[in-house]
Design a protein around this ligand. Structure first.
Ligand SMILES: [Zn+2]
Length: 215
């Protein structure tokens, strides 16, 4: 594979990983893709980078370097779903996105497409501002509470986006979606209660872990 840069992402939680930048846009945007599977055109990449920059500006998140990881929709593995985080020095923000063959993000059509960028970059902002740890792929066995922590983090994120009038997932839909992932361990009523508590509140990873640990 011919890449212009290989970036080692060292993290505080989970495992370190590498990003193979195939192309750079400007001086601070690197893009990883697998050209044999998905080769975006340069103009499509420029358009996507401008779109991401607009959302970063809107959310006031200005990392020194952004590594965009593009995958085909339906890819399996650690980056098979949208994800955003940073390296532990808060120098590189990584954002993984999955493209459908039609060029979209593969999200339900009733949700505005920009939502995915606002949602993911809010995760990135919380890591950048050190409310959450820098993380890479992790195992469920090692971090059994992460599903619930992520649900509470999502209540915080969507509610904060709602407060500032940005694209977000409505409260009911957020509870419904989190319940889908956690249905084995938490009732919908319990999630509803937790959502009321954390919706729109700025939280930290430490606050959430303390909140969830049995006293
Ligand atoms: Zn999320």
């Amino acid at each position: 594979m011919i890449h212009v840069k290989k970036i080692h992402i060292k993290v505080e939680l989970g495992i370190d990983f590498y990003i193979h930048v195939m192309e750079e846009i400007g001086s601070n945007f690197g893009i990883q893709y697998v050209p044999e599977i998905y080769k975006p055109s340069h103009s499509d990449l420029q358009w996507l980078v401008r779109r991401i920059e607009r959302v970063m500006k809107d959310l006031k998140v200005f990392p020194p370097y952004v590594a965009l990881m593009l995958y085909e929709w339906g890819s399996i593995g650690a980056f098979g779903t949208p994800m955003c985080g940073m390296d532990k020095h808060r120098k590189i923000l990584y954002l993984s996105l999955q493209y459908t063959t039609h060029g979209g993000f593969g999200i339900p059509s009733e949700i505005h497409e920009d939502w995915i960028l606002y949602h993911e970059l809010m995760h990135g902002k919380d890591v950048f501002e050190r409310r959450f740890p820098s993380s890479g792929p992790y195992s469920q066995e090692k971090y059994p509470k992460m599903g619930l922590i992520t649900a509470l983090w999502h209540f915080s994120i969507e509610g904060r986006l709602e407060k500032i009038g940005k694209p977000h997932k409505p409260k009911e839909r957020t509870i419904q979606d989190e319940h889908f992932w956690l249905r084995e361990s938490v009732t919908k009523d319990k999630l509803q209660q937790l959502c009321e508590r954390f919706w729109g509140k700025e939280v930290t990873y430490d606050e959430l872990t303390t909140f969830l640990s049995p006293s």
